[in-house]
Design a protein around this ligand. Structure first.
Ligand SMILES: CC(C)(COP(=O)(O)OP(=O)(O)OC[C@H]1O[C@@H](n2cnc3c(N)ncnc32)[C@H](O)[C@@H]1OP(=O)(O)O)[C@@H](O)C(=O)NCCC(=O)NCCS
Length: 199
């Protein structure tokens, strides 16, 4: 698996996915601040007092991770209104030897239910398989997070099993289900994504 990928924006039918910039601080903070009650149900880092310092730390760490090939975080923006932060999506390697990776995402609460996560995840899966040469990409989804399960289902991921008490979220260990898409499945699914306007 190659170490890195370049920083050009990746487009989808409605979205632009691009690396974070320092000037994203305010729009990132605002999106998290507006959405924290929904995010905090499933994500350990989200909380009521999420501050600009946390946002700038995230942006800095994201830049280093990209340069070092550890993780690739994308800001999700609407092509029609690129100043508004819609959410984050990331892909990272979980095993170089097995060429496997994982995708994680969130979408601001005022933009959910419009297919943003599905469209962004389809594009980032393409980055994983076509640019990072991945063989298998997984999603870990908390039990009860039906919205995220729908994203996995719509993209054709297979539910493989249960990870018991996998992530500690605000003092509670949450069970997660593990979903995966294999390289050959991606080759079969990708034309459908295009036909359905997801990619
Ligand atoms: C989960 C999340 C990423 C979904 O983002 P999104 O942009 O709304 O996703 P999409 O619109 O592409 O797809 C969501 C699907 O779930 C469905 N859905 C959402 N909430 C649901 C619920 N409570 N019950 C049933 N279906 C639900 C939507 O109707 C849609 O399905 P459809 O297209 O068949 O109608 C977003 O809600 C979010 O960021 N949640 C908080 C953080 C999080 O859970 N991150 C993922 C961790 S694995």
């Amino acid at each position: 698996m190659s170490k890195g990928i370049d920083t050009h924006p990746r487009a989808t039918p409605r979205l632009e996915l691009r690396p974070f910039r320092r000037r994203d601080l305010e729009s990132l903070w605002e999106a998290v601040h507006d959405s924290w009650p929904e995010l905090a149900k499933w994500l350990p880092w989200a909380h009521a007092g999420y501050g600009r310092l946390e946002a700038i730390r995230f942006i800095r760490e994201s830049g280093s991770a990209w340069v070092e090939g550890r993780a690739f975080d994308f800001a999700i923006r609407d092509l029609a209104d690129p100043t508004r932060h819609l959410g984050n999506i990331s892909v990272w390697s979980t095993s170089k030897r097995e060429r496997s990776g994982e995708i994680g995402y969130w979408v601001r609460s005022s933009a959910t239910g419009a297919g943003v996560a599905t469209e962004a995840a389809a594009r980032v899966a393409r980055v994983g398989f076509e640019e990072l040469d991945m063989h298998r990409i997984t999603l870990r989804i908390a039990v009860g997070n039906r919205g995220s399960e729908r994203v996995a289902e719509k993209l054709g991921f297979t539910k493989e099993g249960l990870l018991r008490k996998e992530v500690l979220v605000h003092g509670v260990w949450l069970d997660h289900t593990l979903w995966a898409l294999l390289e050959d499945e991606y080759r079969r699914e990708a034309p459908r994504w295009v036909a359905e306007g997801i990619a």
